[in-house]
Design a protein around this ligand. Structure first.
Ligand code: DQA
Length: 148
């Protein structure tokens, strides 16, 4: 089965590679996206990548994905911990969404321990650096395939 999946990244993730590399690693978002594309193609999955720093842009991307995507891997960045509006967009989309984080948010500052999104996602992956995206993608593909 051929699937279409959106890889959605929130604020400041465009700075990966130079942003706090001790926490987020040295890979750029473009390098991660390229390797995700290679992996996805090997299992007949098409990826579309989108990154935005604004809450409204991310909500628009989720609403747009309702027209074409089978699911979403989403690193909401700092909005994870603050955004009711993005949570509502995920819940309202009806799409299976996997929340992904490079860092283990539960091992960091207390304000990162709460996610407003996890309860409306099918799963959460965090703490494995760039591998979190690959694990989230594989989990999402299995979830979609088992549900269909
Ligand atoms: C992050 C964790 C968030 O707390 C932080 O605000 C980010 C990145 C992660 O991938 O580990 O921007 O989502």
């Amino acid at each position: 089965m051929s699937l279409s999946i959106m890889i959605l990244n929130g604020p400041n993730l465009n700075l990966l590679g130079t942003r706090e590399p001790d926490i987020y690693g040295h890979d750029t978002l473009a390098a991660i996206a390229r390797d995700l594309d290679t992996h996805a193609a090997s299992v007949d999955v098409e990826l579309r990548h989108f990154q935005a720093n604004g809450e409204g842009q991310l909500i628009d991307a989720i609403q747009d994905a309702m027209q074409w995507a089978d699911g979403v891997v989403f690193n909401p960045g700092g909005y994870t911990h603050t955004s009711v509006a993005i949570r509502d967009a995920v819940a309202g989309s009806g799409l299976p969404v996997v929340e992904a984080h490079l860092s283990n948010v539960h091992a960091r500052e207390p304000f990162r321990h709460t996610s407003l999104l996890s309860a409306v996602c099918v799963g959460v992956v965090g703490g494995f650096g760039r591998d979190s995206y690959f694990m989230a993608l594989d989990g999402l593909i299995k979830h979609i395939q088992s549900a269909s």
